[in-house]
Each structure stands twice: as C-alpha cells, then as structure tokens.
Design a protein around this ligand. Sequence first.
Ligand code: FES
Length: 291
Amino acid sequence: MEAREDLVESSGFGGTQRTDNWWTHPMVVLVGLSLFVLYGLFRTIYPVFVPEEMAGIYHESLLSPFYSPLLFADQAAHHVVFGQFPEWWPQLLRSPAILILWAPLGLRVTCYYYRKAYYRAFLQDPTACAVSEPRDDYKGETGLLLFQNVHRYFLYLGILFIAMLSFEALRAMFWNVPSGAPFWHGDVQIRVGTLVLMLNVFLLAGYTFGCHSLRYLIGGKKRCFSCPANPHNDEDGGAITKRYSLWKGVSKLNVNHAIWAWFSLFMVAFADFYVWMVSIGVWPDYAVIAF
Ligand code: FES
C-alpha cells in the first residue's frame, strides 16, 4: 500500500506518477492476443463453410497444428484417426478444430503468464503496478477465478499434444506414400513444411516444459534438494538429484516463459497458415533435402 500512496494519483483510471511507458506492454498484449483470437476463431469455423480440400487442414503429409490430431474428416485423408464425421454430427460443428482446440486453449487461458498479461490488458485488473484501476475492489483470483487452478490438468494435456504434434512432424518427413501403405513407406524428404512443423513443436515444447506447474510438480515436496550436504539427496537411489537436474532444466525454460509463450503462439498460427497456403496452391512446398 505504501507504493500505491507514493506513486498512484488518488483520482482517475490510469492515474500514476510513473514516468515510463508502462502502457506499452499491455497494449502489445491487447493487440497480439486479439489478432490471434480472431485468426484462431476464423480458422476454427472455416472448415464448416468450405469444401474440405479448400479448408487448409492438411496437404499430403502436412497436417496443420490447428487440426492435429485429426479425429474426424469427411474425406479419407491418411491423417484421420476415426474416419468420417458420424451422420448425426451437426453440420455447424463439422470442423475438426472444434473437437480439440479447447485443450491447448485451456492451457494458454490458465497459464500463469497469460493470466497476468490478459488481466492487465483486457480486464484492467490490475492495470499496471502503481497505476490507478477503473475499480477499487481488487479481489485477486477468488470466486469464479478459482477455476484457474485446473491449469495443471491442462498441462498434462499439453504434454500429450506435444507428443502428437511430434508424431505429425515426423510423418511430414515421408512423402509420396503409396495408397494404403504405412507412412514410413514413403520417400524421405525434408521440405520447408517439415521444418515449419518441427519448429512449431520445438517452440511449443519450450513453452510447455517451462510451465510453472511443471516446475512445482518436479521440484515440490522435497527439502532443499539443491543442497549438496542434504542427506535426503541419496533418497530413492539418487532420485532427488535426478529431480534436481530436471528442475534446473525446467527452471531455465521457465525464466523466459513469456518469450516462449509469444513465439510459440505466433508459430502455431504461422504453421497453420503455411499448410493452408500450400494446400490451396498459393505457394509450393519446396524440398530442402531429399534422400
Ligand atoms: S504457467 Fe504457462 S503453461 Fe503453465
């Protein structure tokens, strides 16, 4: 409260004695997240209104991360897990993205970094450190916002998605697969699309494995496992020491969690856009290395 009295002017939303450009970060967040949400919404419902071959869901061995895993699709693409949409499936819900995007979206919405970012940028709650808010009853994450505690469960789903996207990136190395044959019977080629999907997985993994919940999961409930003299370091055949190494790895990613969050967000949208453009012939998918 001392800081508030020292720096915040008593009246008016946005009042402060801060002289730096404190509003630039919330502004960038507002614009960046709004653009992503608009693009994501558009791509989620797009397949409902256009023929599947025009929807940009897949192109040969490439599968857009917006639709991965591809649970249902009306045409028999080799990425499909279950086949065609059931007859009774409502026409307005015939987008493979609707079935899966709630999981990565849940991870981002409940992410500790994004919470801070969108509370400030969209809800002005708080607006920024030592800046007056539009209301005077900040309650923190209480009431309905307690749902944010489900984050750790979305983390488990996020790790599962990393595994599935890695599989799709691996599959994107095999081309000209004979009809009905397993994908590894195709020609091995690294195309630009392969690299795009690989980079997407790399950035998503950097974001997911730097998660605060994962850090607590690995490092929690042990007493000072970083202390060399700690007798518990030999517990479970050195398990604490192994956990300490893991914890250090997660912590390294965690330090730059916001950066991983933004790069991976941009990349997942770009990877989808890339597959979409290749699939409708706007640009070719060049082979970089062919074996
Ligand atoms: S805190 Fe950001 S993904 Fe968990």
